[in-house]
Design a protein. Structure first.
Lengths: 1003, 399
């Protein structure tokens, strides 16, 4: 408790301290006004104040112009965070937009009236009291929560309550849900090309020109890849910092006969792709998953596209990775490509001075682009000793790296030093721009089972074995030079097309691999300072590896020292790469640090498993329009039931009448006159063929060989373990023609069950048709039902002509019908199946014909009592996953002398060991109605449970079915049922409670 | 400060008193409780790294509101052991007992839950049926009264249920084994088991041969393969089970919510992520690849329960392997056919919540040679004697 008090004081103190820091001078709104054309400006709200944006500008770009450089607070330490990648990958710009939490505002176009709020800060993003945690980091080392807060035991719930108050990022808004139309689309293509950069464009064109259909998916709103934000890339060469560079010349030397000039005019290339009739371009769309069988999941706004592709070419490129140095998370520290996107796509500027840290040509390009936009470049800090690039008069520190960023809420300077670490010097700057290489976007390759291996010579993982029907091209193959990427794309496109059309492109060569295999031309590194590209020499301040989770380099090393040395265990313990960016920013560095600290190579260290989705994916997009996920099934008589005022209930997806008037009135109609119930929801299967009898003998424990044409029989279905799955009737309509019913709930399961067993017996002549939806069905029951039906048919319904268990086909009310003389409710009855479209007609005709007998429709609730009086069980209600027919009071149904049937062995064994539990009928001694599933107790221990019960008018008391130990399953035995904590005696009864002889049923 | 290592790396000895195959919660818990009983010359062999399999892939739900008296007694022991685990192992495993709700959307569901509530109460487990008003009070964000295809009718409320930090449990047990004198060998794969005259004699690994008289099969996914090494067939079918996690959100959901009608369950971690899952995939498979249809189904069903989560984003999905037995209960104990071969397998979708109880009782069995009464119902022989422990109704989607 004392600690909490201290904590509170410390918080207050620190808040004042933090708040008194100099606020970084930013452009005044007037200034920015003068730089943005007035036409087409819009306004939105950020944390309560208005911000102007150029139309088409991103929210992040507008905030940059407005001088709002702190856009979020970090997950653990609540440090200020600013724009970094500008490509929708890093976690820094997550805000709540119009009530939706965790939106990346760098890829979100600003819209008029939009309400943007910063997250994870209190009271505000500029002034966050919880930044106290940044100062308390000593008390919160990696995994500290595993080591504290559990003693004494009651402390954890107290701490947890506190933790749950501050955890998480965005807040859910209970008033906000799905908005607009979520949609799904299914597409098919010969070749899917993922990525609209140089490699992807060339791949698409090459494949299309070879005569196959191509779908090109690109995540940006316009094609062009890196050329969109790095226009000088095409003329200046590579974005790679790799030691060995694969050039177009090597690719040409290896035999691709195309002109490298294809890559040079990007606009011409884009035009040719978009105008090609065989190419479909899907823009602003991300492929989030490559599932089994080249099944691509694509998100395009609120639409999900499921694309099945014969061949997939992954030309997804790469994203820039940050460097690990002290205070590397300060607002003002940006990736070079992020700076370029703000410059060229959002038309922003970077007033003040900038330091560019680099080890490749891109650093020089961004420096020149910044300079041209008015930024003063203090220096280029180049890790290399002899860079080939020209600096155009900018000061270059060769063989240097950055040690630290200075500043509290924004960069105010940089400390740099030679690679050895000394001497250090400070440079004044507002921006630190990092251009230190790329992480390939290869997760779709991993997802689909391609084998990749880290290749030191190109400093990235490359494919050593492709998954079937999958290709890779461009930067994912370590081909960062535009010309080489173009040729690689053409190779992959031509190869994929030839595989689709079945023509080999060039005999004897594996077209899956890039021709200039990076592994083949690998050269050993002269200086093994790879990790220093990611990680600057150690220092006192925090060096962030994982921005999502605030994991520092020290945290990773500490975790490894504690024994979490495996990359997967390290991830789970330190939480590195587990946040919203899923490792996109930290993967390269965390692996490098893990490798260095373990004394292993990067290849030995491995990578964590790539899992879909590749980018965060909204639940609403996954759900699509199916917000109320299952369709409602209605019988042909549904409207009639509703009009008659029936109370409807769910039965699986079906709606069924529960009760029309009252259970008592409906019960009386059936027992004394006639009643009609809609049973259209029953599963119905038609079987035809010479071997149907053989099949039925195998499926059912009953015997069917002796079932004559024109007869119907009750049957149950068991599984291998002899467990009762379902029941129903089997009617033999002709020699080779059978009509089966299943229960409503199991209709689909039994359909699958039959198909499963039939699939293994192709030699059997059994043709199966599921006719559940084709037939409407109704059950006419009661002592007057024969007289009712007689009015509607010419068929002879007399008990001699149509006795109990006869199946006949005749016309009812002018409609061809299958009529089964069966009686679930224990009266003279007819189950009538007619084509669905005539269901309502026949239903109304029967009710009309029965009017003179005071016929009444009855619902499920009355039926439940009626059948209970007959002790007819309901599978799944009166039975469970351990019930066999022997114990479920149906021993007569099991014919163990049959040659074979499903469950025979188990049932034989069960019969041998004797019954353990039995399903019995009981009469309760008191007039109470216990809940279903009330327990049967024997000497205070669990003996069984009741499965059905209800008031029986025939008995004048409560009756039911219950599972009891076999020794109690004797007629007249008293059992104890627990009702509201009280034991109530009940008496077991063997006979049905109504018409035990069955004379009414058979009349 | 010199970091204390969680566990040491050892040379593989050529003899151990007990060899445990599988470095997940069951193997490590058994090893830990063995060291507590004074059996210290033991080795846990893990082919990959500790917690690679189901122990690292499960959704960390702990509860004891099962259906059968045997199941309830067993899982209740596990909950009690979990409650004291942090203190026993001096490691915060973050057991959050914020309650577990199983929803019923139809009459059959209500009946099934009522039966469980009645049986739970009979066995002394805190569990009861609650109705919509109370459900809404406990979970304000749940769509109880709004439009729904299958409105919520009741729930089985189990206050001691909750979630735990599954990786922490595994690491803490591994450290406990290490401190107790046992060896945890990672990257050590078993390639064979030698049996002579019906008695286990040795285990062969990729790092060498180990003489031993007692082997415990504590694997999942591979349980059948290990058993076949001693010529034993066990009734197990392996199905993938998938799960997914969202981005972190400010915590709004404290309880675990399960709906078997909607085939979905969800909880929110202390980091703010929603963890969601469904039932096992229909068809037997060893594939660890997730499917799109799982994500679509889970999302659709989750939005039925929480419509305002439509813009919440999934961060990743994964799959694990579940060894399903015919009665949805595990197989624990020895076999009369091969002396010295023991197993704690067939843990289906309910293994993690049982880890401590399984380890505690298996350790007792191994140390004393006598089967503890709580273990007896789960013997392999039950499949030959038709004495199944039917937990399907309480275990299938009800994580």
């Amino acid at each position: 408790m004392l600690f909490i008090l201290h904590f509170a004081l410390f918080t207050l103190h620190f808040a004042l301290f933090d708040g008194s820091r100099e606020r970084f001078p930013t452009m005044s709104p007037q200034q920015s006004d003068s730089e943005i054309p007035h036409s087409g400006t819009i306004e939105f709200e950020f944390d309560g104040h208005r911000v102007r944006a150029e139309s088409g500008q991103s929210v992040a770009g507008a905030l940059h112009v407005a001088g709002e450089h702190i856009v979020s607070r970090s997950f653990k330490y609540h440090r200020p965070r600013g724009l970094l990648c500008m490509s929708g990958r890093c976690p820094n710009c997550l805000c709540t937009v119009d009530g939706t939490p965790n939106v990346r505002i760098c890829t979100q176009a600003a819209k008029p009236g939009m309400v943007v709020k910063s997250q994870n800060a209190w009271p505000s993003v500029k002034f966050d009291l919880l930044r106290i945690f940044d100062k308390l980091h000593r008390f919160m080392p990696v995994g500290f929560y595993y080591k504290r807060m559990y003693k004494p035991r009651w402390m954890w719930p107290v701490w947890e309550k506190f933790i749950r108050r501050i955890a998480g990022l965005g807040t859910i808004n209970r008033e906000h849900g799905a908005e607009g139309v979520y949609d799904k689309q299914n597409l098919f293509t010969d070749v899917a090309v993922i990525g609209g950069g140089i490699a992807g464009l060339n791949a698409a064109l090459a494949a299309a020109e070879a005569g196959v259909t191509v779908t090109l998916i690109d995540e940006q709103p316009a094609l062009g890849g890196h050329l969109r934000h790095d226009p000088d890339l095409a003329c200046h060469g590579s974005v790679s910092r790799a030691k060995t560079e694969h050039t177009a010349d090597t690719a040409v030397a290896l035999g691709v006969n195309v002109s490298p000039s294809d890559a040079q005019d990007i606009n011409d290339l884009i035009r040719r792709v978009t105008e090609h009739p065989a190419i479909t371009v899907i823009s602003s769309a991300g492929v989030f998953g490559c599932y089994e069988g080249n099944f691509l999941g694509i998100q395009q706004g609120k639409r999900m596209i499921r694309l099945r592709a014969a061949q997939v070419i992954v030309a997804s490129g790469c994203w820039e990775r940050p460097l690990v140095f002290e205070n590397n998370d300060l607002p003002g520290v940006m990736l070079a490509s992020g700076v370029q996107r703000l410059l060229h796509l959002d038309h922003c500027q970077f007033p003040g001075e900038a330091v560019v840290v680099t080890d490749n040509a891109q650093g020089y390009r961004v420096a020149k682009q910044l300079k041209a936009a008015g930024t003063r470049i203090t220096a280029i800090v180049d890790v290399r000793d002899n860079p080939p690039e020209m600096a155009d008069g900018i000061r270059v520190f060769r063989g240097h790296t950055i040690i630290s960023a200075n500043g509290s809420r924004h960069v105010s300077g940089a400390v740099i030093a030679p690679l050895a670490g000394h001497p250090r010097q400070s440079l004044s700057c507002r921006w630190i721009v990092q251009a230190v290489g790329f992480t390939p976007a290869n997760s779709l390759l991993y997802q689909n089972g391609c084998k990749l291996r880290y290749d030191e010579s190109v400093d990235q993982a490359v494919v050593v074995q492709h998954a079937p029907a999958m290709y890779s091209a461009g930067a994912v193959n370590a081909l960062h030079n535009p010309r080489a990427a173009a040729l690689d794309g053409q190779r992959a496109g031509a190869a994929a097309a030839s595989e689709v059309s079945g023509t080999a492109l060039a005999a004897g060569r594996d077209e899956r691999q890039p021709h200039s295999s990076p592994a083949a031309s690998a050269v050993p590194l002269s200086q093994s300072s790879l990790s220093c590209h990611y990680v600057s020499p150690s220092g006192a301040k925090k060096k962030f590896v994982c921005l999502c989770e605030d994991v520092t380099e020290k945290d990773i090393c500490d975790a490894i020292d504690e024994g979490y040395s495996n990359i997967e265990t390290l991830k789970r313990y330190s939480t590195v790469s587990m946040g919203p960016c899923q490792g996109k920013m930290c993967q390269s560095a965390s692996i490098a640090i893990c490798a260095r600290h373990n004394g292993q190579s990067i290849a030995e260290t491995g990578v964590t498993t790539a899992r879909p989705p590749e980018q965060p994916l909204p639940l609403g997009v996954l759900a699509g329009r199916a917000l109320h996920f299952s369709l409602v099934r209605r019988t042909p008589m549904h409207a009639w039931h509703e009009k008659a005022g029936a109370k409807m209930g769910d039965a699986g997806n079906w709606k069924r009448p529960q009760v029309y008037s009252s259970i008592t009135q409906e019960y009386e109609a059936v027992r004394q006159r006639a009643g009609l119930i809609d049973v259209s929801t029953l599963g119905k299967i038609e079987l035809r063929g010479a071997d149907v009898v053989k099949f039925l003998e195998f499926i059912y424990p009953n015997r069917f060989a002796n079932l004559k044409a024109g007869r119907v029989r009750y049957g149950v279905i068991c599984d291998d373990a002899g467990i009762l799955l379902d029941d129903g009737t089997i009617a033999r309509l002709g020699e080779d023609r059978f009509f089966l019913t299943t229960t409503t709930g199991n209709a689909d399961a039994i359909d699958s069950w039959f198909r499963w067993w039939l699939a293994g017996r192709p030699e059997w002549d059994v043709r199966m048709t599921n006719v559940s939806g084709s037939y409407a069905a109704m059950n006419l029951a009661g002592p007057r039902s024969r007289e009712v039906l007689k009015k509607l048919t010419d068929a002879d319904l007399s008990s001699d002509a149509m006795p109990y268990l006869v199946a006949s086909e005749c016309k009812i009310a002018g409609v061809s019908a299958i009529v089964l003389r069966i009686g679930f409710v224990g009266e003279l009855g007819y189950e009538i199946h007619v084509p669905s479209q005539f269901g309502l007609h026949v239903w109304e005709a029967i009710l009309e014909a029965g009017r003179e007998f005071s016929i009444a429709p009855f619902g499920l609730e009355a039926q439940r009592v009626l059948r209970l009086e007959k002790k007819h069980l309901l599978p799944g209600i009166d039975t469970d996953a351990l019930s066999n027919p022997l114990e479920a009071d149906l021993p007569w149904i099991v014919k163990l002398d049959k040659e074979d049937f499903i469950g025979k062995e188990s049932l034989a064994r069960a019969q041998q060991r004797g019954d353990r539990n039995k399903l019995v009928g009981f009469r309760l001694s008191e007039s109470v109605l216990p809940d279903l599933a009330s327990l049967v107790l024997c000497d205070g221990k669990l003996g069984g449970r009741i499965t059905s019960c209800g008031y029986s008018p025939a008995i004048g008391g409560t009756i039911g079915l219950a599972w009891v130990p076999a020794n109690l399953a004797r007629n007249g035995q008293t059992i104890q049922i627990q009702v509201n904590g009280r034991l109530i005696p009940a008496v077991v009864q063997d006979e049905p409670f109504y018409d035990p002889s069955g004379s009414k049923l058979k009349s | 400060m010199v970091a204390q290592r969680m566990w040491q790396e050892h040379e593989l000895k050529d003899q151990y008193d007990v060899v445990i195959i599988g470095g997940g919660v069951h193997g490590l818990a058994t090893a830990y409780y063995l060291t507590q009983l004074g059996v210290r010359n033991i080795a846990v062999l893990e082919a990959k790294y500790v917690g690679f399999g189901g122990s690292g892939r499960n959704t960390a739900i702990v509860r004891s509101n099962y259906r059968t008296p045997e199941g309830i007694a067993f899982y209740d022991l596990s909950v009690k052991l979990y409650e004291q685990l942090a203190a026993d192992l001096e490691f915060n495993v973050m057991f959050s007992q914020h309650g577990h709700l199983t929803l019923a959307h139809n009459e059959k569901g209500v009946t099934g839950l009522t039966e469980r509530a009645n049986t739970n109460q009979l066995m002394g487990v805190n569990s009861r049926i609650i109705f919509p008003e109370e459900i809404q009070r406990i979970v304000p964000d749940l769509n109880v009264f709004g439009h729904s295809r299958f409105p919520i009718q009741a729930a089985l409320y189990h206050p001691p249920g909750g979630i735990i930090r599954h990786d922490a449990v595994v690491w803490a047990f591994a450290r406990g084994v290490d401190r107790g004198g046992g060896h945890v060998h990672q990257k050590t794969e078993v390639t064979g088991i030698e049996v002579q005259n019906g008695q286990v004699e040795a285990v062969v690994t990729n790092r060498g041969r180990i003489k031993t008289k007692a082997v415990l099969n504590a694997t999942a996914g591979y349980a059948g393969i290990i058993s076949r090494m001693v010529g034993l067939e066990i009734p197990i079918e392996t199905h993938p089970l998938q799960a997914a996690v969202t981005e972190p959100l400010k915590p709004f959901l404290n309880s675990v919510i399960v709906s078997s009608t909607l085939h979905v369950y969800v909880s929110q971690t202390d980091r703010g992520e929603l963890v969601l899952g469904a039932e096992v995939d229909d068809h037997a498979s060893y594939s660890l690849r997730g499917t799109l249809s799982f994500l679509e189904g889970a999302a659709t069903h989750l939005l039925e329960l929480f419509p305002h989560l439509a813009n919440v984003k999934i961060l990743r999905q994964w799959a694990g392997l579940c060894d399903m037995t015919p009665d949805y209960s595990p197989i624990m104990g020895g076999t009369p056919d091969v002396k010295g071969f023991l197993m704690t397998v067939g843990w289906g979708t309910y293994g993690f919540k049982a880890g401590p109880a399984s380890g505690y009782l298996m350790a007792e069995l191994i140390a004393s040679g006598k089967t503890p009464p709580k273990l007896e119902p789960f013997a392999l022989t039950r499949f030959y004697e038709d004495r199944l422990v039917g937990e399907k109704a309480a275990a299938s989607v009800s994580h």
